[in-house]
Write a protein that binds this ligand. Structure first.
Ligand code: AGP
Length: 609
């Protein structure tokens, strides 16, 4: 997720663009830049690595005049943070500047074709492909060149472009990535989100998928990819700036919970080849090497550890591989004999968690191949592992991990399935069935998010309790652990996640009418066992809140409260069952007046051991 801004009007674009980017910094902050059309018709650019402070100090002294331009603050998805990879990207001749938010799925093929036509690329990004495509299609009309270019593009994009021969004109388009027009007095803005220009106008128009926008200081025109005119008027939004940065949400955490379907879809977007097979760039494990693998060792902390714990079931079931799952801070004290026949998977959304980095280094020292699963391009971990599988959750501002968790699990589904295929453990039929279901999960996640009322009622009912027990079996057990972690870290309530079958070996002593039990009990292969455990809980008088499959009436007979998720495959339920638990933690914490985005004692990234 990046922040993009375009401006055309009567003021110096440098100042307006920087102000707009500053308001979008929460969307990405590893590099930034602006390109502006000068009064002489040149296209001048400034790009820096680092956050917007770095760009601000450079712009302060840069000779960058003109009233039409584009700006970008980056959250890298392809290509590490560097000046060359920073946006805006120009075409070969430096006539066209493009900024982009999204993922171009077929950029490798497009890049090869353009290079074959003589285009010279200077960055590793997918975005630069767009600048050269527009150049290839340009014959005096920028908007038409953009329209033609988009017909070749697959994937998600919000694009804003300018051409030095057209001062005053901005061309823009979107698909699966937000873009909004800000309509001012004699000036216009095009941006990823409203905060970029809210200080100057609250008249906004949200572009829809596959719409193309042509903007000048005094007006705009919308059309479809086929060139048909679209008539739509701006509306006035009443947000204050803080609300606008959260997209109208009260907290980043709730916004990020709601972003999960898109984040999961974006994470899958660049991980399939043209034949529909799982493609994990840089993994480079051959079928022979996969068959020789002795074991998977997963190293992670906190929520990332729970993603690994869930993946343990996948590697065992789909790839027939034994799995060691290690809390990173303990990993290095184990005399764990790790060899080149082991595959170590380190999971870290930040890529900067010191405990996990220590585990990565220990595994590398012992000769193991180490894969990273990470949300932050260019982070320390990505520079120390053999290859990185990137999640595309975008920046996660809330301290409590939500969308980074479901995207980590998504990455693990793909890795486990790929290894299973390479090892000959997964048939074509099973592969197709699982992958089709996985690709449909964002839609099912939206369904869960729509039914917020049940969660709010449960939160209202239980927010005064001081102890919770979360129970699950199989892949539901890591979800129970994650639900307990969410609750304790943002509401400060004591909560434990436990394997449901283990409860009778001790924790059951905790139960009475004041200790709610949250049971992760979808209609899967361990459902009957979970029902037995729920009966044990009820016999002790503890109230039970179940996360269950829609249409399961039996569970309503034995549980006080039931939160519903759509039916899916056993192994895929975690992408759904975790959402009610995230929302439960959020609403309980809000009921208790807690600061959910910045909980006490916690940091988003723990860079100390
Ligand atoms: C989870 O909500 C916490 N923020 C914390 O447990 C986090 O998952 C852990 O610190 C690991 O962070 P990482 O993914 O950046 O390595």
């Amino acid at each position: 997720m990046c922040g993009i801004v375009g401006y055309t009007g009567g003021e110096q674009a440098k100042l307006v663009l920087f102000e707009g980017l500053r308001r979008l910094e929460y969307r990405g902050y590893d590099s930034a830049g602006v390109s502006i059309i000068s009064p002489k018709g040149e296209l001048n650019r400034v790009r820096v690595v680092g956050n917007l402070d770095a760009l601000g100090s450079t712009l302060a002294t840069a000779e960058l005049h003109g009233t039409t331009g584009v700006g970008h603050t980056r959250w890298a998805t392809h290509g590490a943070p560097s000046e060359e990879n920073a946006h805006p990207h120009h075409d070969c001749k430096g006539d066209i500047a493009v900024v982009h938010n999204g993922i171009i799925e077929n950029f490798v093929q497009l890049r090869a074709e353009l290079q074959g036509s003589g285009h010279v690329f200077r960055s590793e990004t997918d975005t630069e492909t767009i600048a050269h495509l527009i150049e290839e299609n340009y014959n005096g009309d920028l908007v038409e060149a953009l329209r033609r270019s988009l017909k070749a593009v697959h994937g998600a994009f919000a694009i804003v472009a300018v051409h030095r021969e057209h001062p005053g004109l901005i061309a823009a388009a979107r698909r699966d990535s937000p873009l909004v027009l800000g309509s001012g007095e004699g000036e216009m803005f095009v941006a990823s989100a409203v905060p970029a220009f809210l200080a100057r106008t609250n008249r906004v128009l949200f572009l829809q998928d596959d719409e193309v926008l042509s903007v000048t200081p005094d007006g705009y025109a919308i059309s479809t990819l086929e060139g048909e005119t679209v008539a739509r008027e701006p509306v006035e939004v009443e947000w204050d700036l803080d609300a606008a940065e959260k997209g109208g949400y009260e907290d980043f955490m709730l916004k990020e919970i709601d972003e999960q379907p898109r984040a999961v879809a974006d994470t899958m977007r660049d991980k399939f080849d043209d034949s529909g097979g799982v493609y994990l760039e840089g993994l480079g494990v051959t079928a022979e090497e996969a068959r020789r693998l002795r074991r998977i060792v997963v190293v992670a902390c906190g929520t990332a550890f729970h993603a690994g714990l869930m993946a343990k079931y996948l590697f065992e079931r789909w790839a027939a591989l034994p799995v060691e799952i290690e809390i990173a801070s303990e990993f290095r004290y184990r005399n764990l004999v790790v060899t080149s026949e082991d595959l170590v998977v380190a999971i870290s959304q930040s890529g900067e968690t010191m405990d996990t980095l220590a585990g990565v280094r220990e595994a590398g020292r012992r000769g193991a191949r180490v894969i990273g699963v990470c949300n932050t391009v260019g982070s320390m971990m990505t520079r120390e592992v053999n290859c990185t599988i990137y999640t595309h959750a975008g920046p996660e501002i809330g301290v409590a991990a939500t969308k980074t968790f479901t995207t980590q699990m998504t990455a693990m589904y793909l890795l486990a399935m790929l290894l299973g295929r390479l090892r000959g453990e997964v048939s074509d039929e099973k592969y197709s069935r699982v992958m089709d279901e996985l690709k449909g999960m964002p839609d099912r996640m939206y369904e869960v998010l729509e039914d917020d009322a049940g969660v709010r009622a449960a939160a209202e009912k239980y927010h005064g309790c001081e102890d919770f027990l979360f129970l699950g079996r199989s892949v539901g057990y890591p979800i129970a652990m994650e639900g307990a972690l969410k609750l304790k870290e943002i509401s400060y309530i004591h909560a434990e996640g436990y394997p449901a079958g283990e409860m009778k070996h001790g924790p059951i002593a905790l139960l009475d009418e004041n200790v709610p039990v949250v049971a992760v009990v979808p209609r899967d292969s361990v459902y009957e066992k979970m029902i037995s455990n729920i009966e044990e809980v009820r016999a002790r008088g503890a109230p039970v809140l179940a996360v269950a499959t829609a249409g399961d009436d039996e569970i309503s007979q034995i549980c006080e409260d039931v939160l519903r998720v759509p039916a899916t495959m056993d192994m895929l339920y975690p992408l759904l069952t975790v959402i009610p638990l995230q929302l439960l933690a959020y609403h309980i914490a809000k009921s208790r007046g807690c600061n959910v985005d910045q909980p006490r004692n916690l940091a988003k990234t723990v860079t100390v051991e």
